[in-house]
Design a protein around this ligand. Structure first.
Ligand code: URA
Length: 209
């Protein structure tokens, strides 16, 4: 599908299968999500630009590569995005963090915004938006709308599961934002859940249901 990269690394796929199982405990679900998110982070950052800098090893001076530009931003769509955020920060501890609070109205399935906080100079940073589930696409589209309003220009979107309906909506709204996912699932059900999916990601990671 255009605009979507499916990360088919065997470790990602194996961990995802365990997460999907309904008997997987909250503790295991959270640990696996953190592990998977480091692997997704590795893939979504694999083409970041490098610049050379002069350093001294104990033996000699050398030109060595470091990441170019300002610190990148992870933008977590609350609350489930925080599950992906943890592992991303394990891998890029100096990244800046934005929190975007949008929830899905259960009746209309539309995104309602209630919180937004982001670092300075979004226009000069790569912004990696994280949310485990790209379902209808409504909250993801709203979050990216908001980040663009605040100046973000270079955006990528990372999720665990995506539904074809959500990907279609998202790519139509934001054709400049590449989507990275561990799986493109079959469809959405009448309640807006991804099928086969893994249930409610927030509830499964926090044990709220
Ligand atoms: N949000 C979830 O947590 N799960 C879904 O299947 C869809 C949206």
């Amino acid at each position: 599908m255009n605009g979507v990269t499916v990360i088919d690394h065997p470790l990602v796929q194996h961990k995802l299968t365990i997460m999907r199982r309904k008997e997987t405990s909250t503790a295991s679900f959270r640990r696996l999500l953190r592990e998977i998110s480091t692997l997704l982070c590795y893939e979504v950052t694999r083409d970041l630009e490098l610049t050379m800098e002069t350093i001294e090893t104990p033996l000699t001076e050398m030109q060595a590569p470091v990441l170019e530009g300002k610190k990148l931003v992870f933008a977590s769509i609350l609350r489930a995005g925080n599950g992906l955020l943890e592992g991303m920060l394990d891998l890029v501890p100096s990244a800046r963090v934005s929190h975007v609070g949008v929830y899905r109205d259960h009746d209309t399935l539309q995104a309602v915004e209630y919180y937004f906080k982001a670092p300075e100079s979004l226009d000069e940073r790569l912004v990696i938006v994280v949310d485990p589930m790209l379902a209808t696409g409504n909250s993801s589209i709203a979050a990216v709308d908001k980040l663009k309003e605040r100046g973000a220009r270079n955006i990528r979107f990372v999720c665990l599961l995506a539904a074809p309906e959500g990907v279609k909506n998202f790519v139509e709204a934001h054709p400049d934002v590449q989507v990275y996912t561990a799986s493109l699932d079959s469809h959405l059900n009448e309640k807006g859940y991804i099928v086969p999916g893994l249930g409610d990601a927030g509830d499964r990671m926090y044990g709220t249901k």
